[in-house]
Design a protein around this ligand. Structure first.
Ligand SMILES: C[S@@+](CC[C@H](N)C(=O)[O-])C[C@H]1O[C@@H](n2cnc3c(N)ncnc32)[C@H](O)[C@@H]1O
Length: 218
């Protein structure tokens, strides 16, 4: 029997839609703008080891490596099919990125190894239980003083954005409810992160995208 913990939602909710992921995201989410801003917010340095959690087709992962070529950049995703697209894109871009297949709530890394964990359009895929377990895992793999930087759907900032978010709520199901209720900052605090901040937000065709950041205590 599948449990709440087993719930896995592919990039566009259905496996057969994965091939269309990049154009859909590019045209509907102001992707260039918010991923560029997320990258700036993360302030990645050449000596950093960085994990892109739920990296999908690796658009952000590749952008990080291109912006800071000396950083060690890795991507993790639970979907082998999307990782094949990611590896192909990285090869075409001529950048060296290590990709792992794995689940965010059981990260295949030893403790305190990353300076930054970044994540975009990912946390709303997780049940509340898995969001909390994933945040505990991110804390486990981050070095002291390391940072988590997130871009994801959050509380709609207008009634138009509330209506716009309906298709994502419908496609991704109940896991999105706490994201759209704006609960992620509270979960970050509950997981023991400090200096939890909510950053800029963006109106998109599918609702309000928010940037968040949080720090592993020193
Ligand atoms: C909407 S896509 C976002 C991809 C990419 N970060 C981006 O911004 O375009 C969400 C990704 O999370 C992955 N995913 C969902 N649940 C996961 C889990 N528990 N662990 C790892 N990856 C997961 C999916 O396979 C999918 O590639």
């Amino acid at each position: 029997m599948r449990t709440e913990k087993d719930k896995y939602i592919p990039a566009l909710s259905y496996d057969w839609l994965t091939a269309f992921y990049d154009p859909v995201v590019r045209w509907t989410t102001r992707e260039k703008t918010f991923k560029h801003r997320l990258l700036q917010q993360a302030n990645i340095q050449p000596a950093h080891r960085v994990l892109d959690l739920g990296c999908g087709t690796a658009t952000l992962t590749i952008a990080i490596k291109q912006a800071v070529p000396k950083a060690t950049v890795e991507g993790l995703d639970g979907d082998a099919k999307i990782l094949a697209i990611a590896r192909d894109k990285a090869r075409q871009a001529g950048v060296e990125i290590h990709f792992d297949e794995g689940l965010s709530y059981q990260l295949p890394y030893t403790d305190t190894v990353f300076d930054r964990v970044v994540s975009s359009l990912f946390f709303h895929h997780l049940t509340t239980e898995n969001k909390l377990q994933t945040l505990r895992e991110v804390r486990r793999v981050l070095k002291a003083g390391g940072e988590l930087h997130i871009a994801d759907w959050g509380k709609p900032h207008s009634s138009i954005m509330r209506a716009a978010s309906f298709p994502v709520r419908l496609l991704d199901g109940a896991t999105t409810a706490d994201s759209f209720d704006g609960l992620l900052p509270r979960y970050l605090q509950e997981a023991g992160f400090v200096d939890v901040r909510t950053g800029e937000h963006y109106a998109t065709m599918f609702g309000t995208l928010w940037l968040y950041q949080a720090q592993q205590p020193e």
